[in-house]
Design a protein around this ligand. Structure first.
Ligand SMILES: Nc1ncnc2c1ncn2[C@@H]1O[C@H](COP(=O)(O)OP(=O)(O)OP(=O)(O)O)[C@@H](O)[C@H]1O
Ligand SMILES: CC(=O)N[C@H]1[C@@H]2OC[C@@H](O2)[C@@H](O)[C@@H]1O[C@H](C)C(=O)O
Length: 375
């Protein structure tokens, strides 16, 4: 890869929803995003999802080894369908994320993937930030800064990702660079879809509240909602701050006695309320909130959100971006930054004391090629 100039990079994300792997190609020099190209998705089978779920909360042992194998196989299958990428950004699957104990683990071995794909792979993006005192997450914010510039945003805007966990990035697009003081404030706001998904699975055997049908049909229990939003210290903590997938799993017990639709609606309202608390912690009110991640397909949740914040809320497609692929693109972008020695996090995004890079770079040995040529 050249030291300067745009390159085609392929990024892959296996998110906390455990639904599958997203992959996307972008053309970037690690600062500006010049173009977008192919995207692809590979769902996990139910058996694979259960293997991943069994590894949650762990960083080693047989469950994590089994999860890594699922992650590596799924990525090898999906990413080998792409051509033309000079490098790959591979996030892996978070099995545990404990910033309070300086511990985070993403299952999946990037060195193995580099051999299989015969392409350099950048991976393990979070460890260095955490080792240096950062939260290790969120990491998409530097990419959000580039997108705010590309969208020609004039005033402060927020990118809100509603995945398994929800996280937001407040961007001042007039700042010189993403690592400039005051350019970004980013943090996890609370649950995204994970609490709703888990309830749908345990009560109804369905993966999600598709399009928010049940959320729209239910009545919010305002007493429980108030309780969920006030008892939690996390909402009062000063950002940046980050979460693990199953933080807030006690929300299930709080709605256990409600009928299905009311339980889902109350969880959705609490998710929206937690996001509104996050917006209130931003340095200034944003002019717009652009929503990415699967939660933007939940019409009920989007309506609840619009009702509790003071600025326009729209899917990120309004700005011309693909809200299902933005995180995969982010790891393509971050991979180029790592290769070029540019920082990927800063005090405003992870609370790390100074802007830092991270990530391991694994280059293919060429052995894979020789073996397949000899077959
Ligand atoms: N049509 C839909 N209606 C309602 N919810 C949906 C729909 N499509 C996706 N979702 C929700 O979005 C989730 C997937 O979102 P996404 O892929 O953004 O999460 P992720 O990337 O795994 O998570 P994270 O960003 O936390 O790592 C699903 O599990 C589901 O809850
Ligand atoms: C530890 C981890 O994997 N965190 C994820 C998770 O999912 C959403 C939110 O929590 C965010 O902090 C992060 O993902 C995105 C891609 C990020 O790093 O920006």
């Amino acid at each position: 890869m050249s030291d300067t100039g745009p390159v085609w990079a392929l990024g892959a994300m296996s998110g906390t929803s455990l639904d599958g792997v997203d992959a996307a190609m972008i053309l970037t020099d690690g600062t500006t995003v010049f173009d977008f190209a192919d995207t692809a998705y590979r769902a996990y089978s139910s058996a694979e999802r259960e293997t991943l779920r069994a590894a949650l909360g762990k960083w080693d042992g047989p469950e994590v080894a089994a999860a890594a194998e699922v992650v590596e196989t799924a990525h090898a299958e999906l990413l080998s369908g792409f051509s033309g990428a000079e490098l790959v950004g591979f996030h892996g699957q978070t099995t545990v994320h404990r910033p309070d104990h300086a511990h985070t683990h993403q299952a999946g071995n990037g060195a193995l993937l580099a051999e299989v794909l015969d392409t350099p792979v950048v991976w393990d993006f979070r460890s260095n930030d955490m080792a240096l005192g950062g939260q290790g997450a969120p990491l998409a914010p530097f990419y959000h800064f580039a997108l705010a510039r590309r969208a020609k945003a004039k005033g402060p805007c927020v990118f809100l990702n509603i995945g398994g966990v929800a996280n937001l990035t407040w961007v001042d697009p007039s700042a010189r660079a993403p690592e400039s003081p005051g350019a970004l404030l980013a943090f996890d706001t609370g649950p995204g879809n994970a609490r709703i998904d888990d309830l749908m699975t345990s009560r109804l055997g369905q993966r999600m509240d598709r399009d928010g049908a049940l959320t729209l049909a239910g009545n919010v229990d305002t007493g429980i909602l108030e309780h969920l939003l006030t008892k939690e210290r996390f909402f009062r903590r000063i950002p940046p701050k980050s979460l693990d997938r199953d933080d807030f799993s006690d929300w299930a017990a709080a709605v256990a006695d409600l009928p299905d639709a009311d339980a889902v609606a109350t969880l959705a309202a609490a998710t929206a309320g937690a996001i509104a608390k996050g917006i209130a912690q931003c340095p200034s009110p944003p002019e717009r909130i652009w929503v990415t991640g699967g939660g933007r397909h939940n019409t009920g949740l989007m309506e609840m959100l619009a009702a509790v914040v003071d600025c326009p809320v729209a899917p990120v497609e309004e700005a011309g971006f693909d809200g299902d692929m933005l995180e995969a693109q982010a790891f393509a972008y971050l991979a180029v930054r790592v290769m070029r020695g540019l920082p990927t996090s800063a005090p405003g995004t992870t609370r790390v004391p100074a802007p830092v890079g991270g990530g391991q770079i694994s280059r293919p040995s060429g052995i894979g090629k020789i073996v397949s040529a000899g077959e």
